[in-house]
Write a protein that binds this ligand. Structure first.
Ligand code: TXA
Ligand code: MG
Length: 329
């Protein structure tokens, strides 16, 4: 494991240096439009193994392979169905990942032993340039320590992975803020495995039917190994409560003289000693962008509990609620 982690502003020289590190089997954190990814050469089992080590990620949890464009999809997928071309044409580059049959070139180390591979074309210019310069598909999970909220700033990556990876490319805050939507196209009917940056409604409009597996379903856990593990959780306990329920829910804590944090889409007054309020935007896009940073920020206060008011469960709100439920579970 490297002792020093270099942090560089993501200019052209830094991106070329990062591409060199990836070709040499190294680990590079880089911005995508969703969250920061922890990248390695997707076709090199030894490099991929280092990702699992650095994140302390369970080996069976497969990685997303990032490619520069849909024209290279066949280098990583053994079969490209018509739905993949339709989703790619509509949403790539962008925050949706497709699960397809694995091409032989993609090692089982990358797919967590599965015969399928998850692929996406990221929209962030730094990610685009890095993949092009590396000349290889890049395997990249979110660049957080396993179980922690995904990083939306280079600083979050540093907090979790400094001393464990070679390089962090700082490209500023990520514009979407939540991870990509994962859509399985190896099933009879396309299956949503993880809500994300592209909404279910948008996919339904394009494809007609999309099935949604309940998150606590065995079938869901088998198809999307990532669902089995604890996720997005700060050190403090996260408690999801109904919208408008903050004042009621905080009472027992405040009366016991224990500090409490509240995340809500409204301000709460009057100020009370021991209460830390984080006012979240009413607009779901803006909320999503701030979500993981807000969890890290409130966690840093050292409170025992973070109360979070529920948001409307439609569009990106579905993704936000998915992440909040996992953080709370
Ligand atoms: O936006 C994103 O998707 C970010 C950026 C860096 O691209 N990446 C990301 O990766 O969120 P990660 O590893 O944190 O989440 C990948 C998810 C996991 O839930 C994993 O189980 C699922 O995708 N996945 C990967 N390969 C799969 C496969 N072959 N079949 C089913 N699910 C798969
Ligand atoms: Mg992740």
């Amino acid at each position: 494991m490297p002792a020093r982690t270099l942090i560089l502003t993501a200019d052209t020289a830094a991106i070329l240096r990062a591409a060199e590190a990836i070709r040499a089997g190294g680990l590079v954190a880089f911005p995508t439009e969703t969250v920061y990814g922890l990248g390695a050469d997707a076709l090199a089992p030894a490099a991929v193994a280092r990702i699992f080590e650095a994140k302390e990620r369970p080996r069976g949890n497969p990685l997303i392979v990032h490619i520069a464009g849909i024209d290279t999809l066949e280098t990583v997928a053994a079969h490209v169905p018509a739905e993949a071309l339709a989703v790619g044409a509509r949403f790539w580059p962008g925050p949706v990942t497709l699960v397809l049959p694995r091409a032989a070139a993609v090692p089982l180390a990358t797919t967590g032993g599965l015969e399928t591979v998850a692929v996406r074309v990221p929209a962030h210019p730094v990610a685009q340039k890095l993949i092009a310069a590396a000349g290889q598909p890049i395997a990249a999970p979110s660049a957080n320590r396993s179980g922690r909220p995904s990083p939306t700033r280079a600083e979050h990556v540093r907090q979790d992975l400094e001393g464990r990876i070679d390089l962090i490319l700082d490209g500023g805050p990520t514009p979407v803020g939540v991870e990509s939507t994962v859509l399985d196209l190896t099933t009879e009917v396309p299956t949503l495995l993880r809500p994300g940056g592209v909404t279910l409604e948008a996919l339904q409009t394009l494809l007609g039917h999309v099935q949604v597996l309940a998150g606590d379903d065995d079938e869901a856990a088998r198809r999307s190994p990532g669902l089995r593990h604890r996720h997005y959780a700060p050190r403090a306990r996260v408690k999801l409560i109904e919208a408008g329920g903050g004042e009621q829910a905080m009472l027992p804590w405040l009366e016991a003289g224990r500090p409490v944090a509240l995340m809500a889409q409204r301000s709460v007054s009057p100020a009370r000693p021991g209460l830390h309020v984080k006012v979240m935007p009413g607009d779901p896009e803006a909320y999503a962008r701030e979500l993981f940073g807000a969890l890290r920020e409130l966690d840093a206060l050292g409170v025992e509990v973070i109360l979070v008011e529920a948001v409307a469960e439609e569009g990106l709100g579905r993704t936000i609620m998915d992440r909040l439920r996992r953080a709370a579970s």
